[in-house]
Design a protein around this ligand. Structure first.
Ligand code: F6P
Length: 363
């Protein structure tokens, strides 16, 4: 059977295990020899025990677990050609020519570069006697299918990335817990949520928790936000509300591109309204724990689709990323999605907020 390997790369997220499980089982079902590559690209570069054959039962009892059982890492060596050469040798030695990468946009870009260099890497390996001419011919083409595992939902092309829904659940639960104690003491709470440069987690959880105010990176507030914020909080209190909740995305910025931190917001509230105000930074709690039913199903569907995409690929087929469109798992050109995602970051860096919001909307 064809050699196929799966690995997880970059920050982990809930639902990655469901995706790994689906890749392994669909791969075996379709007659492939399936491998785990442990610790992301680092395991691919290091080889040895990091690349092991997967069995049907090796992915039993993992669908409910958070994180990734095969480990994940950020790898400096793979960024260098010498690292990718080692990785290519390790794959050829095991007959692996199909890769499923589960990670963020950086990990997917790395995979695409690896594929574009594949034939020159094999040339070099033949020349230095590390692989044979027969191996070069037999494993001449590398195929790649990606899936986005990230709680941030910051990737263009997919409605949801794997892990986002679980993070939304976790944040909502945490805000509910905070709201009850805030109610008792008539306090104001500022909750900092993750998302890197993306405000998705903040916006959605602001809606699900009836927050009074939300700060996100893509749409900085008006310059007089301290006044607007305070009058909104006051207005809510004057109608009998006993608490206020403010959500701050970790990447929130003002019109000048300066960070709006939870501490900055706290000072504004305390100085102007003298409210009893506390900050809660949720941190990695958002990224851990059991995946939601949605993320389990998402991982399963995407994993199965990724394997089918690889089995149907020809040497001419572009690398794809499996995405969710409506309620369908679809294949999109990997690099096109990566470019669109980068365009959002670029628009934000050049303070073109309108464009940033528009581009995000298309994701
Ligand atoms: O991309 C996922 C994420 O959790 C972001 O929301 C956050 O900014 C970042 O990773 C944290 O990275 P680390 O786990 O390396 O601290």
């Amino acid at each position: 059977g064809k050699g196929l390997a799966v690995f997880t790369s970059g920050g982990d997220s809930q639902g990655m295990n469901a995706a790994v499980r689906a890749v392994v089982r669909m791969g075996i079902y379709l007659g492939c020899k399936v491998f785990f590559i442990k610790e992301g690209y680092q395991g691919m570069v290091d080889g040895g025990d990091n690349i092991v054959e997967a069995t049907w039962s090796s992915v039993s009892s993992i669908i409910h677990k958070g994180g990734t059982i095969i480990g994940s890492a950020r790898c400096q060596e793979f960024r260098e050609r010498s690292g990718r050469l080692k990785a290519a040798k390790n794959l050829v030695a095991r007959g692996i020519t199909n890769l499923v990468v589960i990670g963020g946009d950086g990990s997917l870009t790395g995979a695409n570069l690896f594929r574009s260099e594949w034939s020159s890497l094999l040339d070099e390996l033949v020349q230095s006697g590390q692989i044979t001419k027969e191996q070069q011919t037999k494993f001449a083409h590398l195929h790649i299918a990606g899936m986005v595992g990230s709680i941030d939902n910051d990737f263009c092309g997919t409605d949801m990335t794997i892990g986002t829904d679980s993070a939304l659940h976790r944040i909502t639960e945490a805000i509910d817990a905070i709201a009850s104690t805030a109610y008792s003491h008539q306090r104001t709470f500022i909750m900092e949520v993750m998302g890197r440069h993306c405000g998705y987690l903040a916006i959605v959880t602001a809606l699900t928790s009836e927050a009074d105010y939300v700060f996100v990176p893509e749409m900085p507030p008006p310059r007089d936000w301290p006044t607007k914020l305070c009058s909104k909080l006051e207005q809510e209190r004057s109608t009998g509300q006993r608490l206020n909740i403010i959500i701050v995305a970790e990447g929130a910025i003002d019109q000048d591109g300066e960070p709006i931190t939870a501490e900055k917001v706290r000072q504004v509230v305390v100085e102007n309204l003298q409210q009893d105000t506390r900050i809660t930074v949720l941190g990695h709690v958002q990224r851990g724990g059991n995946p939601s039913a949605f993320d389990r199903v998402l991982g399963c569907r995407m994993g199965a689709e990724a394997v089918m995409a690889l089995m149907e690929a020809t040497p001419e087929t572009e690398s794809c990323v499996v995405s969710l469109d409506g309620n369908q798992a679809v294949r999109l050109p990997l690099m096109e999605c990566v470019e669109k995602t980068k365009a959002v970051t670029k628009a934000m860096a050049s303070k073109d907020w309108e464009n940033a919001v528009q581009l995000r909307g298309k994701s």
